[in-house]
Write a new protein. Structure first.
Length: 322
Protein backbone atom coordinates (compact mmCIF):
# COMPACT_ATOMS: atom_id res chain seq x y z
CA UNK A 1 0.00 0.00 0.00
CA UNK A 2 2.73 2.46 0.93
CA UNK A 3 4.84 1.60 -2.12
CA UNK A 4 1.82 2.31 -4.33
CA UNK A 5 1.11 5.54 -2.47
CA UNK A 6 4.73 6.62 -2.92
CA UNK A 7 4.55 6.08 -6.70
CA UNK A 8 1.23 7.92 -7.04
CA UNK A 9 2.15 10.87 -4.81
CA UNK A 10 5.52 11.37 -6.48
CA UNK A 11 3.86 11.29 -9.90
CA UNK A 12 1.30 13.88 -8.81
CA UNK A 13 4.04 16.15 -7.46
CA UNK A 14 6.50 15.68 -10.34
CA UNK A 15 5.57 18.73 -12.41
CA UNK A 16 5.62 21.19 -9.52
CA UNK A 17 8.86 19.70 -8.20
CA UNK A 18 10.51 20.09 -11.61
CA UNK A 19 9.52 23.74 -11.68
CA UNK A 20 10.71 24.32 -8.11
CA UNK A 21 14.08 22.72 -8.75
CA UNK A 22 14.87 25.32 -11.41
CA UNK A 23 14.28 28.45 -9.37
CA UNK A 24 13.21 27.99 -5.74
CA UNK A 25 15.29 28.64 -2.64
CA UNK A 26 12.86 26.55 -0.60
CA UNK A 27 10.87 23.51 -1.71
CA UNK A 28 7.85 23.29 0.62
CA UNK A 29 6.38 19.77 0.80
CA UNK A 30 3.45 18.27 2.65
CA UNK A 31 4.24 14.56 2.81
CA UNK A 32 7.36 12.44 3.34
CA UNK A 33 7.27 10.89 -0.16
CA UNK A 34 7.47 14.28 -1.89
CA UNK A 35 9.98 15.46 0.69
CA UNK A 36 12.27 12.49 -0.02
CA UNK A 37 12.12 13.22 -3.77
CA UNK A 38 12.98 16.87 -3.16
CA UNK A 39 15.85 15.96 -0.84
CA UNK A 40 17.28 13.60 -3.45
CA UNK A 41 17.14 16.13 -6.29
CA UNK A 42 17.65 19.55 -4.73
CA UNK A 43 20.44 21.81 -5.97
CA UNK A 44 23.19 23.03 -3.63
CA UNK A 45 21.77 25.68 -1.32
CA UNK A 46 18.14 24.70 -1.79
CA UNK A 47 16.22 23.93 1.39
CA UNK A 48 13.45 21.35 1.78
CA UNK A 49 10.66 22.03 4.25
CA UNK A 50 7.77 19.75 5.17
CA UNK A 51 4.51 20.47 6.94
CA UNK A 52 3.26 17.39 8.79
CA UNK A 53 -0.38 16.46 8.23
CA UNK A 54 -0.26 12.93 9.63
CA UNK A 55 -1.45 12.21 13.14
CA UNK A 56 0.74 9.10 13.53
CA UNK A 57 3.69 7.65 11.62
CA UNK A 58 2.38 6.81 8.17
CA UNK A 59 2.96 3.05 8.46
CA UNK A 60 1.06 2.77 11.72
CA UNK A 61 -1.79 4.80 10.24
CA UNK A 62 -2.02 2.49 7.20
CA UNK A 63 -1.95 -0.79 9.13
CA UNK A 64 -4.19 0.42 11.96
CA UNK A 65 -6.79 2.06 9.70
CA UNK A 66 -6.95 -0.38 6.80
CA UNK A 67 -5.75 -3.77 8.07
CA UNK A 68 -6.25 -4.20 11.82
CA UNK A 69 -8.49 -1.44 13.19
CA UNK A 70 -9.44 -3.67 16.11
CA UNK A 71 -5.82 -3.98 17.27
CA UNK A 72 -4.07 -1.94 19.93
CA UNK A 73 -1.63 0.48 18.31
CA UNK A 74 1.03 -0.48 20.86
CA UNK A 75 1.21 -3.96 19.37
CA UNK A 76 1.15 -2.74 15.77
CA UNK A 77 4.26 -0.57 16.14
CA UNK A 78 6.33 -3.72 16.72
CA UNK A 79 5.34 -5.31 13.39
CA UNK A 80 8.37 -5.58 11.07
CA UNK A 81 6.76 -3.72 8.17
CA UNK A 82 5.57 -0.91 10.45
CA UNK A 83 9.05 -0.63 11.99
CA UNK A 84 10.74 -0.56 8.57
CA UNK A 85 8.54 2.22 7.19
CA UNK A 86 8.67 4.19 10.44
CA UNK A 87 12.47 4.09 10.28
CA UNK A 88 12.23 5.39 6.71
CA UNK A 89 9.88 8.23 7.69
CA UNK A 90 12.06 9.25 10.61
CA UNK A 91 15.10 9.36 8.33
CA UNK A 92 13.25 11.75 5.98
CA UNK A 93 12.24 13.96 8.90
CA UNK A 94 15.81 14.19 10.15
CA UNK A 95 17.15 15.32 6.77
CA UNK A 96 14.67 18.18 6.38
CA UNK A 97 15.85 21.76 6.74
CA UNK A 98 12.61 22.74 8.43
CA UNK A 99 9.83 20.61 9.93
CA UNK A 100 6.50 22.37 10.47
CA UNK A 101 3.52 21.58 12.70
CA UNK A 102 0.41 23.63 13.55
CA UNK A 103 1.35 23.74 17.24
CA UNK A 104 3.74 22.15 19.73
CA UNK A 105 1.01 19.90 21.12
CA UNK A 106 0.46 18.39 17.66
CA UNK A 107 3.69 16.42 18.04
CA UNK A 108 2.52 14.61 21.18
CA UNK A 109 1.27 11.56 19.30
CA UNK A 110 4.63 10.97 17.62
CA UNK A 111 6.47 11.32 20.93
CA UNK A 112 4.08 8.83 22.52
CA UNK A 113 4.31 6.32 19.68
CA UNK A 114 8.06 6.50 19.10
CA UNK A 115 10.32 8.68 21.27
CA UNK A 116 12.90 8.85 18.46
CA UNK A 117 10.78 11.50 16.73
CA UNK A 118 11.49 13.90 19.61
CA UNK A 119 14.80 15.16 18.24
CA UNK A 120 12.99 16.56 15.17
CA UNK A 121 9.99 17.77 17.15
CA UNK A 122 12.26 19.68 19.52
CA UNK A 123 13.41 21.89 16.63
CA UNK A 124 10.06 22.14 14.82
CA UNK A 125 8.50 25.36 13.54
CA UNK A 126 4.84 26.04 14.33
CA UNK A 127 2.22 27.62 12.05
CA UNK A 128 -1.22 27.52 13.63
CA UNK A 129 -3.83 26.28 11.16
CA UNK A 130 -6.86 28.22 10.03
CA UNK A 131 -9.98 27.43 8.04
CA UNK A 132 -13.52 28.45 7.27
CA UNK A 133 -16.55 26.56 6.07
CA UNK A 134 -18.46 27.73 2.99
CA UNK A 135 -21.33 30.09 3.64
CA UNK A 136 -24.43 28.36 4.88
CA UNK A 137 -26.73 27.26 2.09
CA UNK A 138 -30.50 27.14 1.95
CA UNK A 139 -30.42 23.36 2.40
CA UNK A 140 -32.51 22.39 5.44
CA UNK A 141 -30.58 21.33 8.51
CA UNK A 142 -29.88 17.57 8.65
CA UNK A 143 -30.88 17.63 12.33
CA UNK A 144 -34.51 18.09 13.21
CA UNK A 145 -34.62 19.58 16.69
CA UNK A 146 -36.57 17.84 19.44
CA UNK A 147 -37.92 19.99 22.23
CA UNK A 148 -35.61 19.89 25.24
CA UNK A 149 -33.12 17.56 23.52
CA UNK A 150 -29.48 18.66 23.44
CA UNK A 151 -27.53 17.54 20.39
CA UNK A 152 -23.84 16.70 20.32
CA UNK A 153 -22.02 16.15 17.04
CA UNK A 154 -19.37 13.58 16.22
CA UNK A 155 -17.82 14.86 12.97
CA UNK A 156 -15.12 12.72 11.41
CA UNK A 157 -14.29 9.21 10.29
CA UNK A 158 -14.52 5.84 12.01
CA UNK A 159 -10.77 5.27 11.72
CA UNK A 160 -9.46 3.94 15.02
CA UNK A 161 -7.35 6.97 15.93
CA UNK A 162 -10.57 9.02 16.00
CA UNK A 163 -11.91 7.05 18.97
CA UNK A 164 -15.46 6.69 17.68
CA UNK A 165 -15.61 3.20 19.19
CA UNK A 166 -15.12 4.73 22.65
CA UNK A 167 -18.50 6.50 22.49
CA UNK A 168 -20.84 3.49 22.77
CA UNK A 169 -19.50 2.21 26.14
CA UNK A 170 -19.79 5.77 27.45
CA UNK A 171 -23.32 6.32 26.16
CA UNK A 172 -24.45 3.11 27.81
CA UNK A 173 -23.44 4.61 31.17
CA UNK A 174 -25.64 7.68 30.80
CA UNK A 175 -28.82 7.95 32.88
CA UNK A 176 -31.85 6.66 31.02
CA UNK A 177 -33.62 10.00 31.32
CA UNK A 178 -30.81 12.19 29.95
CA UNK A 179 -31.98 14.32 27.03
CA UNK A 180 -29.02 13.92 24.69
CA UNK A 181 -28.79 12.94 21.05
CA UNK A 182 -25.48 12.35 19.28
CA UNK A 183 -25.44 13.10 15.56
CA UNK A 184 -22.78 11.06 13.79
CA UNK A 185 -21.52 12.63 10.54
CA UNK A 186 -18.85 10.93 8.48
CA UNK A 187 -18.93 7.21 9.29
CA UNK A 188 -21.10 5.00 7.08
CA UNK A 189 -24.46 4.51 8.82
CA UNK A 190 -23.77 0.78 8.96
CA UNK A 191 -20.86 1.47 11.31
CA UNK A 192 -22.94 3.48 13.76
CA UNK A 193 -24.14 1.42 16.77
CA UNK A 194 -27.83 0.68 17.08
CA UNK A 195 -28.58 2.81 20.12
CA UNK A 196 -31.34 5.40 20.69
CA UNK A 197 -28.80 8.11 21.44
CA UNK A 198 -27.09 7.87 18.05
CA UNK A 199 -28.37 9.46 14.88
CA UNK A 200 -26.44 8.29 11.84
CA UNK A 201 -26.12 10.95 9.13
CA UNK A 202 -23.49 9.39 6.89
CA UNK A 203 -21.50 11.81 4.77
CA UNK A 204 -22.72 15.42 5.09
CA UNK A 205 -21.69 17.93 2.43
CA UNK A 206 -23.04 21.12 4.05
CA UNK A 207 -20.90 21.21 7.17
CA UNK A 208 -21.85 24.79 8.05
CA UNK A 209 -25.57 23.94 8.12
CA UNK A 210 -24.83 20.80 10.12
CA UNK A 211 -22.85 22.70 12.74
CA UNK A 212 -25.55 25.33 12.98
CA UNK A 213 -28.05 22.63 13.90
CA UNK A 214 -26.21 21.10 16.89
CA UNK A 215 -25.32 22.28 20.39
CA UNK A 216 -21.71 21.13 20.80
CA UNK A 217 -18.89 19.18 19.13
CA UNK A 218 -17.50 15.86 20.42
CA UNK A 219 -13.87 14.99 19.73
CA UNK A 220 -12.66 11.77 21.34
CA UNK A 221 -9.53 11.28 19.25
CA UNK A 222 -6.92 8.94 20.63
CA UNK A 223 -4.35 11.03 18.76
CA UNK A 224 -4.87 14.38 17.12
CA UNK A 225 -2.90 16.96 15.19
CA UNK A 226 -5.14 20.07 15.04
CA UNK A 227 -8.45 18.97 13.55
CA UNK A 228 -10.14 20.91 10.75
CA UNK A 229 -13.55 19.86 12.08
CA UNK A 230 -12.76 21.46 15.43
CA UNK A 231 -11.67 24.69 13.75
CA UNK A 232 -14.96 24.71 11.83
CA UNK A 233 -16.90 24.13 15.05
CA UNK A 234 -15.11 27.08 16.63
CA UNK A 235 -16.09 29.22 13.63
CA UNK A 236 -19.69 28.11 14.16
CA UNK A 237 -19.48 29.24 17.79
CA UNK A 238 -19.92 25.80 19.33
CA UNK A 239 -18.72 24.51 22.70
CA UNK A 240 -16.13 21.78 22.35
CA UNK A 241 -16.00 18.50 24.30
CA UNK A 242 -12.42 17.34 23.67
CA UNK A 243 -10.11 14.57 24.79
CA UNK A 244 -7.14 16.42 26.27
CA UNK A 245 -4.58 15.09 23.81
CA UNK A 246 -2.37 16.62 21.12
CA UNK A 247 -3.75 19.63 19.29
CA UNK A 248 -6.97 19.48 21.31
CA UNK A 249 -4.97 20.88 24.21
CA UNK A 250 -3.96 23.77 21.98
CA UNK A 251 -7.62 24.72 21.44
CA UNK A 252 -7.99 25.08 25.20
CA UNK A 253 -4.70 27.01 25.43
CA UNK A 254 -5.71 29.61 22.83
CA UNK A 255 -9.08 30.24 24.47
CA UNK A 256 -11.75 28.16 22.70
CA UNK A 257 -14.79 27.18 24.75
CA UNK A 258 -13.66 23.72 25.82
CA UNK A 259 -14.68 21.03 28.28
CA UNK A 260 -11.74 18.62 28.47
CA UNK A 261 -11.73 14.85 28.99
CA UNK A 262 -8.60 13.61 30.75
CA UNK A 263 -8.88 10.11 29.25
CA UNK A 264 -11.17 7.93 27.12
CA UNK A 265 -12.45 5.65 29.86
CA UNK A 266 -16.21 5.09 29.50
CA UNK A 267 -16.94 6.84 32.80
CA UNK A 268 -14.87 9.88 31.79
CA UNK A 269 -16.58 10.30 28.43
CA UNK A 270 -19.99 9.67 30.01
CA UNK A 271 -19.26 12.37 32.59
CA UNK A 272 -18.35 14.85 29.87
CA UNK A 273 -21.43 14.05 27.82
CA UNK A 274 -23.65 14.39 30.88
CA UNK A 275 -22.05 17.73 31.72
CA UNK A 276 -22.76 19.02 28.21
CA UNK A 277 -26.30 17.63 28.25
CA UNK A 278 -27.19 19.32 31.54
CA UNK A 279 -25.22 22.56 31.29
CA UNK A 280 -27.48 25.58 31.62
CA UNK A 281 -28.23 27.47 28.42
CA UNK A 282 -26.27 30.59 29.39
CA UNK A 283 -23.12 28.63 30.19
CA UNK A 284 -23.44 26.78 26.90
CA UNK A 285 -23.80 30.09 25.04
CA UNK A 286 -20.77 31.48 26.86
CA UNK A 287 -18.61 28.53 25.80
CA UNK A 288 -19.80 28.94 22.23
CA UNK A 289 -18.97 32.64 22.28
CA UNK A 290 -15.46 31.81 23.49
CA UNK A 291 -15.03 29.43 20.56
CA UNK A 292 -16.19 32.03 18.04
CA UNK A 293 -13.92 34.70 19.51
CA UNK A 294 -11.00 32.26 19.41
CA UNK A 295 -11.66 31.56 15.74
CA UNK A 296 -11.85 35.26 14.87
CA UNK A 297 -8.63 36.07 16.72
CA UNK A 298 -6.56 32.99 15.84
CA UNK A 299 -8.02 30.59 13.29
CA UNK A 300 -9.28 32.42 10.20
CA UNK A 301 -7.65 31.66 6.83
CA UNK A 302 -6.23 35.19 6.83
CA UNK A 303 -4.55 34.63 10.20
CA UNK A 304 -3.01 31.41 8.89
CA UNK A 305 -1.77 33.15 5.73
CA UNK A 306 -0.22 35.95 7.79
CA UNK A 307 1.64 33.36 9.87
CA UNK A 308 3.00 31.76 6.69
CA UNK A 309 4.18 35.15 5.43
CA UNK A 310 5.87 35.84 8.76
CA UNK A 311 7.74 32.55 8.48
CA UNK A 312 8.84 33.37 4.94
CA UNK A 313 10.06 36.79 6.11
CA UNK A 314 11.97 35.18 8.96
CA UNK A 315 13.56 32.61 6.65
CA UNK A 316 14.57 35.23 4.09
CA UNK A 317 16.22 37.60 6.60
CA UNK A 318 19.77 38.21 5.53
CA UNK A 319 19.26 36.73 2.06
CA UNK A 320 19.47 38.73 -1.14
CA UNK A 321 15.81 38.66 -2.09
CA UNK A 322 14.71 40.59 -5.17
Amino acid sequence: MLETAAIDIRADAAASLEQALTCADVIFTHDPFSAESALARRRPGQQVWMMCHGVTPIALYAVWSWALPEADWQSLVSYPDVKTWTDWELDVWRRLDRFILPCAEAGDSFRTIDARFSDVLDRATFILSGASTPQESDVPSPIGGTEGMRVGLYLGSSEPYRGFDALLPAVRRLPADVKLSIAVAGPHPGKVPDHPAFRALGRVEDVAALLASVDFLINVNRFTLFDLSTIEAAQAGKPLLLHAVGGNRAFARIGAGCVMLEDLLPESIAGGLLQMATLDAESLRSLGAQSRACWEMQLTPRRMWDRHLALYDEASTGRNVN
